[in-house]
Design a protein around this ligand. Structure first.
Ligand code: FEO
Length: 170
């Protein structure tokens, strides 16, 4: 059985993952509005992946006999200056998520809950990738600056990102 403290913390993480999904969907809408359909595609896929993260924890709580309590999802920003601004916010947000996952892992360790520690290892690795990919795109955008052709090329590249459902969200 999941102890109550961890159950509460995992429920908070489910909400945070859904909030992340909502944030990226909002970024996708704004990037479409700015005519950057490839960037919009990248964020639309990020939206789906965040929902998978939420469902992974949702399923885990249930599998441990815990109770899922879905809470309201806070509002998100709706406008960014440009793609660089959106990706800088993405990196900052993912750094916050990393520290939330680290805090959860610390709590699971304190509570001697080895199953939760094992489940969270996937998220620890995922956060390394999340931060790395946002940082990589920020670096590209900084190199490109105001170069229209460069932005056009990067937008085309980000249009190729495809969604791979999480098999572990089963
Ligand atoms: Fe679910 Fe982007 O971390």
């Amino acid at each position: 059985m999941l102890n109550k403290k961890l159950e509460e913390a995992l429920n908070a993480q489910i909400n945070a993952e859904f909030w992340s999904a909502y944030l990226y969907l909002s970024m996708s809408a704004d990037m479409s509005d700015k005519g950057m359909s490839g960037v919009a595609n990248w964020f639309a896929i990020q939206f789906k992946e965040e929902q998978d993260h939420a469902i992974k924890i949702f399923n885990y709580v249930i599998s441990r006999g815990g109770v899922v309590k879905l809470q309201p999802i806070d509002k998100v920003e709706t406008k960014w200056k440009n793609a660089l601004d959106a990706f800088e916010d993405t990196l900052e947000h993912e750094q916050k998520v990393t520290s939330m996952i680290n805090d959860l892992y610390a709590l699971a360790t304190e509570e001697k809950d080895y199953a939760t520690q094992s489940m969270l290892k996937w998220f620890i690795d995922e956060q390394v990738e999340e931060e790395e990919s946002a940082k990589g795109i920020i670096d590209n955008l900084k190199l490109i600056g105001d170069n229209g052709y460069g932005l056009y090329q990067l937008d085309k590249e980000l249009a190729t990102r495809v969604y791979t459902p999480l098999t572990t969200a089963e």
